[in-house]
Design a protein around this ligand. Structure first.
Ligand SMILES: Nc1ncnc2c1ncn2[C@@H]1O[C@H](COP(=O)(O)OP(=O)(O)OP(=O)(O)O)[C@@H](O)[C@H]1O
Length: 322
């Protein structure tokens, strides 16, 4: 479990993180999405106190890290793994030596290290790469090694700083699937930062959007997507011509979730309400807690959509006309 309370971090005049509150329950994956410079990295780095906040408390598994002395903090940090965009492997060491490094620093005996490294490489899908050097591995394989290293000390929390940003789309999916598998098998709590919306919609249970240091939206991913006008929804269901709003006379935007995804809503509008709609845009996102879709329709001029809009609203659809 991670709980950040009232976190503020300044660099001179810059308020990198501005009074942020954020909780990730044990075993959940939370994504922080935001543009470059929004404060995501700084926020993430406060969780293991790589950045000490100017204000606020950082609780990991019930312990307030900001109150710990040097030794206790070192111990607490071993329960928090971290992975980075550019992997940060030691290139003159083998894969096995990279993964073993945290164990060595912890004083784990050599024979136990070897067993643990084998288990970890098995876990991340690289059982036959122990003796390879990082330079001979693909980006995805390097990130797997970095994940194995981050898990070496048996952390309960994994922090991911843009772990897939340097990877191609298919490798990104493979690494995200690996994180989901690790969460299931090890019960990890994962906090990740990203500027890629797909990372959030694919694996995160909940998400926050950061803008200029502040969290401007937060909640379960499916709920945010399903809320008309939400920031996450407007990024996920971006209009083809960004910034163009619907024409309130002829435009109708319908958001649907769960079982409604399979409903013949267009047929209902045509057959039941006599509205000969045309589809201008449609998209569906499958999240960890269900499917959310959005459909944009154009109504024929001069028709009265009010009865249809009322029917949609009372039948669990989100409806927006402008
Ligand atoms: N060590 C530092 N010293 C001074 N300013 C910093 C430092 N680290 C971050 N900043 C500033 O704090 C703000 C937030 O930076 P941060 O790296 O946290 O954003 P970000 O959302 O992670 O961006 P990116 O996606 O580009 O990494 C930026 O204005 C940045 O220039």
């Amino acid at each position: 479990m991670i709980r950040l309370r009232d976190i503020t971090k300044r660099f001179g005049d810059i308020v990198a993180v501005d009074d942020v509150n954020l909780s990730v329950p044990a075993g959940r994956i939370h994504g922080v999405l935001g543009r470059s410079g929004a404060g995501k990295s700084t926020l993430l780095r406060t969780v293991n106190l790589l950045e000490r906040p100017d204000r606020g408390t950082v609780e990991v598994d019930g312990v307030d890290l900001t109150r710990l002395d040097h030794d206790a903090l070192r111990h607490a940090r071993s329960r928090i793994g971290m992975v980075f965009q550019h992997f940060r492997l030691l290139h003159n060491r083998t894969v096995a030596a990279n993964v073993a490094l945290p164990l060595k620093l912890h004083g784990t005996p050599r024979n136990l290290r070897a067993t643990r490294v084998r288990e970890l490489l098995e876990l991340v899908g690289l059982p036959d790469k122990a003796d390879a050097y990082p330079s001979r591995l693909s980006g995805g394989q390097r990130q797997r090694v970095a994940i194995a290293r981050a898990l070496a000390s048996g952390p309960e929390v994994l922090l991911s700083d843009e772990a897939t940003s340097a990877l191609d789309p298919q490798t990104t999916i493979d690494i995200l699937d690996l994180l989901v598998k690790l969460r299931a098998e090890l019960g990890l709590t994962i906090l990740l930062i990203t500027h890629e919306l797909d990372v959030v919609t694919r694996i995160c249970d909940s998400a926050s959007i950061m803008t200029d240091g502040a969290v401007t939206e937060s909640g379960p991913v499916a709920d945010l997507l399903a809320t008309p006008g939400s920031q996450l929804g407007s990024q996920a269901f971006r209009l083809p011509d960004e910034g163009v709003s619907l024409d309130p006379r002829t435009g109708l935007e319908i958001t649907f979730t769960g079982a409604a995804v399979g409903d013949p809503v267009v047929a209902t509008l045509v057959n039941r309400f006599g509205l000969d709609v045309s589809i201008t845009d449609a998209a569906v996102h499958t999240t960890t807690s269900g499917t959310v879709g959005r459909l944009r329709l154009r109504l024929p001029e001069g028709t009265d959509p009010v009865p249809a809009v009322e029917w949609l609203a009372t039948n669990g659809y989100g409806v927006r006309r402008a």
